[in-house]
Design a protein around this ligand. Structure first.
Ligand SMILES: Nc1nc2c(ncn2[C@@H]2O[C@H](COP(=O)(O)OP(=O)(O)OP(=O)(O)O)[C@@H](O)[C@H]2O)c(=O)[nH]1
Ligand SMILES: [Mg+2]
Length: 301
């Protein structure tokens, strides 16, 4: 299994190491702030979030009488950690013997189906009984992909004929989850349709079916975001969030990109916590997100 430190090596070596070097043995000047802001933006933290961070750092430097830039490193790590720490963890439905519903959304190719398979293995090992709904009926291969994972993991997958209404499949999946006494239903959705409008309409329909079928469902709506998309991912995610609402993010493909700083933009601009991170293509390459570890592993020390 890939370690978080290895996974973040490109993000650390290409951008965050420069932030670390910029905060060397010198007095803080206006240039320090300008350089730091530029580097944060280059690290894919996003202009808005970088601005907020600089404001907070300046206020703290003033308040705490910090005059040397090397002393800012610890403060920066603190503030980065604080930025990532939002939202209460989801309620433990398993222990309450209810059916928990997780709807997974995101642009095509972001890693929805792969992440669902990874989550299945993780939750299965914790004793959860899972049903999967293949509500991406636009791509025939998408249903097959989920079925293959389902067979490998020993998890039931509800699917239908190509181009069948995804709402109908979702409805069947809810009934199947109840009759098989599952405690977790995970719904895979399409990442692309003929138009963006169609896609959003379809997602709203799936959500409505879940709302009608299970009390307070969907309990989690997770948006899967490919870290390599950097700042573009933020705009895309805002579109999804506006249409169906999101409660958390799965940040994938951190292993192959220097753009891991996008994690900060996701939390601060979308206002949602990151729940999981994808660290590779294999079934075990998923980790629960931990803000402290994440920030620590972005820096050399
Ligand atoms: N390196 C790496 N690759 C990943 C990760 N997560 C997913 N992938 C790869 O990304 C590609 C697309 O993944 P899918 O799970 O099919 O993406 P999707 O969002 O379901 O795509 P659509 O069904 O087309 O909307 C696959 O080749 C996966 O192996 C990750 O964390 N790291
Ligand atoms: Mg898929």
């Amino acid at each position: 299994m890939a370690s978080l430190r290895d996974t973040l090596s490109r993000t650390r070596n290409s951008v965050f190491s420069r932030i670390q070097s910029a905060l060397g043995q010198s007095d803080i000047s206006s240039e320090t702030w300008e350089d730091l802001e530029t580097l944060l933006i280059q690290a894919d933290v996003g202009a808005q979030t970088a601005g907020t961070l600089i404001e907070r750092l300046r206020a703290r430097a003033l308040r705490e009488g910090i005059t040397r830039s090397d002393k800012l490193r610890g403060v920066l790590k603190d503030e980065l950690r604080a930025l990532l720490t939002i939202g209460a963890p989801p309620a433990d439905y398993a222990s309450r013997r209810l059916l928990e519903v997780i709807m997974v959304i995101g642009v095509n190719g972001s890693g929805k189906t792969t992440s669902i398979a990874k989550l299945c293995k993780l939750y299965k090992s914790r004793g959860r009984k899972i049903v999967l709904a293949a509500a991406d009926t636009f791509r025939a291969a998408a249903v097959e992909q989920l079925q293959v994972w389902g067979e490998r993991l020993g998890v039931d997958v509800l699917s239908g004929a190509p181009n069948i209404d995804p709402g109908a499949i979702t409805h069947d999946a809810v009934l199947a989850a109840f009759s098989r006494k599952a405690d977790l239903l995970i719904v895979d959705t399409a990442g692309r349709l003929h138009t963006k409008h169609n896609l959003m309409q379809e997602l709203v329909k799936i959500r409505n079916v879940l709302q009608r079928g299970v009390h307070e469902a969907p309990h989690q709506t997770l948006i899967v975001i490919d870290a390599a998309n950097g700042q573009n991912a933020i705009a895309q995610a805002k579109g999804f969030a506006g249409a169906v609402g999101v409660t958390g993010a799965i940040l994938t493909k951190l292993d192959g990109t220097p753009k891991g700083g996008v994690a900060f933009a996701i939390v601060s601009e979308l206002g949602i916590p990151i729940r999981y991170i994808g660290t590779g293509e294999k079934i075990d390459d998923i980790q629960e997100f931990n803000a402290t570890e994440f920030v620590d592993d972005l820096f050399e020390s």
